[in-house]
Ligand binder design. Structure first.
Ligand code: PEP
Ligand code: MG
Length: 535
């Protein structure tokens, strides 16, 4: 077969070459005993074995992987998941068929969910289904060879975690989403990954070249294709190595202007692997993680915020009040809506549930004495929302003072991610700072859901309409002495950074793994480089 190419969306930047490995979900034949009691025993044992295998992986997993595996163990230990399977076994169905059918229902439910959070969880359920089926048929996990480029409809978190990525390799998915758990893991481990590639004409073990910088995969490359690939991947690796060696330097444009580069974090443990000297502080701490297992109490939140503030050693830490809703549902807190991205999310939800909001506010006020805390509100549309949130901060500060509990009032700012605010920021002249949420701003300006692979190309932050809004917010901030930064994913994208600098931004907050290349991109950019390139 001659050399051929396919293209897709980059979910994690990088290059890989190696044999193609078709991701198999198969489990091997299962020989039923014909006895319901034996089938039930086998199923119980298989669930226990699968759960132990996940626990084994968890023992050596990094924090963000551990959270995913913890979810799987919780599901495996949840009796209600297996109940229909055991009921079917009693009716004479064999364990493997009963288990597959029971899980199929759950998987279909998650896959057809409106929000990407639940859709992303369907890969975890598929993972659970397959590990129990493998345990039933006595098969160890089908592991891909080191250095392989994995290809399939989707990849499960344990398939990802079972690979030794130190030895190369990458991921190419027919479908998939860059918001999935695995995409998040791939970015944090630097594993190249493409999604939305569709079917490719190739066989297991075919040599492939994965260019997850330009979004290409080349199957059975000829000499010319190999030469081109080598040139591009060498340039990328040289740049990455150089950027890593310089990551402790502060970021400066090619004409000498300083740009603050902060990090985005999700959990306090994230800071354990970040050297504070490599960044100017935390530009966005998402607090949703605290709410994944229900509503957290004040003490839990206080400890989480305090840990990050102490780590930052005097550098600013911007913590965002919980942005639940949209693609981040929280059981018992968010409501079911047909269109959750346009519904009760972020500050709207916090203000509708002051009982929950006040707990977070108190934890933040108390943590503020441990560092340079700034607090911002997500999904602000109206000045009245900002003011209502501010009043709650002031009331809780008074209550803490009355109780002689140490606390401090932090500067309060807003996310600029609703177009109404970006178009007319004048009512927000008295807020302490703006942080542009380019992920949401882009989806709302372009009317293209950030979780939809089908409109992926529409939701492009580089569109002239989005860049022009960013420019006008930056200008408004400059004129009114309001610091403006940007904390959406665009801030860490080397291809977008020149446009953001050109639009007047001098503060970006990026994923920790993106720090080196983001700083290198800033160093290559001049402040007068035009943003006219915006499409
Ligand atoms: C954004 O919308 O750009 C942002 C930073 O917030 P999130 O991605 O958490 O919605
Ligand atoms: Mg947002």
């Amino acid at each position: 077969m001659p050399t051929h190419r396919a293209s897709g969306t980059v979910a994690s930047i990088g290059y890989a070459s190696g044999p193609l490995y078709f991701l198999e979900r198969g489990s091997g034949p299962y020989v039923a005993s014909g006895n319901p009691a034996t089938e039930a025993e086998r199923l119980t044992a298989a669930i226990t074995r699968a759960s132990a295998a996940v626990a084994e992986l968890m023992a050596v997993a990094e924090p963000e992987s551990a959270a995913i595996l913890e979810f799987q163990i919780a599901m495996l230990e949840d009796d209600s998941l297996a109940e229909p399977a055991f009921a079917a076994v009693v009716r004479g169905i064999d364990a493997a068929t009963a288990w597959s059918a029971a899980l199929a229902e759950h998987i279909a439910e998650y896959e057809s969910a409106d929000d990407s959070y639940f859709r992303a969880r369907s890969a975890d359920l598929t993972d659970i289904r397959d590990s129990v089926l493998r345990a039933l048929s006595g098969i160890k996990s089908g592991r891909a060879p080191a250095g392989a480029v994995l290809y399939g409809n989707d990849i499960t978190p344990t398939q990802f975690l079972a690979m030794d990525w130190q030895r190369g390799g990458g991921i190419v998915l027919k479908q998939g989403s860059s918001a999935s758990h695995v995409a998040m893991l791939a970015r944090s481990r630097g594993v190249p990954m493409l999604v939305g590639v569709g079917p490719i004409e190739a066989a297991n073990d075919d040599l492939v070249l994965l260019d997850a910088e330009h979004g290409r995969i080349i199957v059975l490359p000829d000499t010319e294709a190999q030469r081109e690939f080598l040139k591009a991947s060498t340039a990328h690796h040289q740049l990455l190595n150089l950027a890593r060696s310089q990551v402790r330097r502060s970021a400066t444009t090619s004409d000498g202007e300083h740009v603050d580069v902060f990090v985005n974090i999700a959990e306090p443990v994230d800071v354990d692997t970040i050297d504070i000297a490599t960044c100017d502080g935390v530009g966005l701490m998402r607090t949703e993680f605290l709410f994944t297992r229900g509503l957290p109490d004040e003490e839990t939140q206080y400890r989480a915020y305090r840990k990050v503030l102490e780590w930052a050693a005097g550098k600013p830490v911007t913590i965002r009040t919980v942005d639940a809703g949209g693609d981040k549902p929280v059981r018992g807190y968010t409501i079911d809506e047909a269109n959750p991205f346009l519904g009760l999310r972020g500050i709207r939800l916090s203000l509708s549930r002051p009982d929950v909001f006040r707990v977070q506010v108190r934890a933040l006020l108390r943590a503020a004495v441990h560092g340079e805390l700034k607090v911002m509100f997500p999904m602000i549309s109206l000045a009245a929302e900002y003011r209502a949130a501010e009043v709650i901060f002031r009331e809780e500060a008074v209550a803490l003072a009355d109780a002689a509990i140490p606390h401090r009032m932090p500067p309060l700012g807003i996310m600029v991610e609703v177009p109404a605010v970006a178009i007319d920021p004048a009512p927000f002249r008295d807020v302490a700072f703006f942080s542009i949420g380019s992920n949401d701003l882009t989806q709302y300006v372009m009317a293209a859901g950030r979780d939809s692979g089908a409109v992926n190309t529409l939701g492009d932050v580089r569109h002239a309409a989005v860049i022009s809004l960013i420019r006008s917010v930056a200008r408004f901030g400059e004129v009114n002495a309001i610091p403006v930064s940007l904390c959406g994913d665009a801030g860490g994208d080397p291809a977008v950074i020149p446009l953001l600098i050109g639009a007047g931004l001098r503060a970006l907050s990026v994923a920790p793994a993106q720090l080196p290349l983001a700083k290198a991109a800033i160093a290559r950019t001049g402040t007068r480089d035009s943003s006219d390139a915006a499409r």
